[in-house]
Design a protein around this ligand. Structure first.
Ligand code: DC
Length: 218
């Protein structure tokens, strides 16, 4: 069994940024489970399936094979043998992932992949249900959050830096809606595991959050 660190929290809390830095410092493998949901979402989109077509999504799951490889320490996601990593962050892919991830058959499809990665090596895995469902016996569990305002401002700054004009209030509204969807779904809703350490990064720097998490690890 590998040493397992689980990081859950809402969209935009900085999970992936923080997890990558902790992974580097501690020599763990960073496993981005959101990327796996996004990988399946690409499969559904490429089949021309719409988010409301639950039956078609369940059927399409059967022939989808998502695999993960690490190249130069970076996670690469393959869908039926094709590297689809460059498409993962597309807006329509994120939306499809958010809408298809509540379907139990979609979650079932990725459960074994996530658990087997954690069995075989030391990992820091981020997502929504890692501490509650995927790795209930993780050595360290963190629930990383921040206020909606802080998360919206971070996303706003990130987009502005890329030269993309956007509206702060609109971003805050999107984040609040996604929180609601992730937290109220029936299957594996986002919530803090009873034995998770809560870290609210609203008034913390990245370095402070990384230090707080590494202090919890062996
Ligand atoms: O973290 P992310 O934005 O890449 O995740 C994309 C979507 O996948 C997110 O809206 C919710 C879903 N997801 C999930 O349901 N469970 C996880 N462990 C990770 C992501």
């Amino acid at each position: 069994m590998g040493y397992n660190v689980a990081i859950d929290g809402p969209a935009g809390a900085g999970k992936s940024t923080i997890a990558k830095l902790v992974a580097k410092e501690k020599g763990y493998i960073y496993v981005d489970t959101g990327a796996m949901y996004r990988g399946l979402a690409i499969h559904f989109l490429d089949q021309g399936i719409k988010a409301e077509e639950t039956d078609k999504i369940i059927e399409a799951c059967k022939e989808a094979q998502v695999t993960i490889k690490y190249e130069g320490g970076m996670q690469q996601v393959y869908l039926n043998g094709n590297n689809i990593t460059s498409r993962l962050r597309d807006e329509e892919v994120g939306n499809m992932a958010s809408k298809s991830s509540p379907i139990p058959q979609v979650r079932e499809k990725l459960l074994e992949l996530q658990q087997s990665l954690a069995r075989e090596q030391d990992v820091i895995m981020d997502g929504r249900d890692i501490g509650t469902c995927i790795l209930p016996d993780a050595d360290v569990k963190v629930y990383l959050t921040a206020s909606v305002e802080t998360r919206a401002k971070r996303r706003f700054d990130e987009l502005m830096e890329k030269g993309i004009t956007c509206d702060l209030e609109e971003i805050a509204k999107d984040i609040a809606e996604r929180d609601e969807r992730d937290m109220t779904r029936k299957t594996a809703p986002l919530k803090q595991a009873e034995d998770a350490t809560l870290i609210d990064s609203s008034h913390m720097t990245i370095e402070e959050v990384v230090a707080a998490i590494t202090a919890l690890c062996r």
